[in-house]
Design a protein around this ligand. Structure first.
Ligand code: ATP
Length: 242
């Protein structure tokens, strides 16, 4: 569904951040993109979403293909319309709006017209907590609830490909487990393809079909989850086992 071919990204025309990044995300699967701080994971997501221009970054070589078309250099609005939706790192919700208003705002970008109510019920099916909190101002939600809302808002757009940037960030382990099991459920029930960027390799591999490990702007290792989990280097450096 999504393929990156040797993508190169530069910031400010001097700093090369992606140095020939290649990866593939098959339709209907969950792919984990792992790697340490500063490896270039967020930059990869921005390149896919067309968000680099606003940050001065630029794809200077290689190409991105999605659903049979080259999408390199496309505007973010066009990318969203084609069904790719990114949930940013740090749970960016509209803090002054209620939970329900945040969800309605998410529906604004959806591709097909459908009943807003049905879409909202679908979000509440995955996140029953949000239903209970639907009139609450988003800024007063806990970190975990805000992460649920950020994902819920993305679901309102009925994405074909969901890009998740560090959904575990700053959340207690139990909550991380809960959110990842909901992500898996969305993938299984809706068939939504998911690319999840994580520093928490353990939890990402617990739901993924396939994983990529990124270091210093390129992929250094890839494989199905079992092979990554049994790889000595991965166990030592990413999974905290030896
Ligand atoms: P993290 O997990 O910390 O977000 P990451 O793997 O997502 O790390 P990126 O955020 O993609 O990494 O950053 C990759 C590199 O690009 C880092 O060295 C970062 O300092 C640099 N970088 C990111 N944004 C910019 C920018 N706007 N201008 C210049 N350099 C940038």
């Amino acid at each position: 569904m999504l393929t990156l071919n040797n993508v190169e990204v530069m910031y400010g025309k001097v700093i090369l951040v992606l140095k020939g990044m290649s990866m593939h995300v098959p339709e209907g699967k969950i792919v984990a993109l792992l790697g340490s701080n500063g490896a270039g994971k967020t930059t990869t997501l921005r390149a896919i979403s067309g968000l680099l221009k606003s940050e001065n970054g630029e794809v200077t070589d290689g190409s991105l293909e999605y659903a049979g078309s080259v999408i390199t250099g496309r505007e973010p609005e066009e990318i969203v319309k084609s069904g790719i939706f990114q949930v940013m790192e740090g749970r960016r919700v509209f803090e002054h709006l209620s939970v329900e208003e945040n969800l309605i705002a998410g529906a604004h970008t959806r591709r097909e017209r459908g009943s807003l109510k049905d879409e909202m019920e679908q979000v509440y099916h995955y996140f029953p907590k949000l239903k209970m909190l639907r009139t609450r101002t988003a800024g007063y939600l806990s970190g975990g609830e805000q992460q649920m809302l950020a994902i819920g808002r993305a679901l309102m757009a009925r994405p074909r490909l969901l890009l998740l940037d560090e959904p575990s960030l700053g959340l207690a382990p139990l909550l991380v487990k809960e959110i990842f099991s909901i992500i898996k459920k969305i993938n299984e029930e809706q068939g939504t393809t998911i690319l999840v960027v994580e520093q928490n390799a353990n939890v990402a591999l617990s739901i993924a079909d396939y994983g990529y490990i990124m270091e210093n702007g390129r992929i250094v290792l890839e494989g199905d989850v079992e092979s990554l989990q049994s790889n000595e280097d991965v166990r030592e450096f990413y999974l905290g086992m030896s």
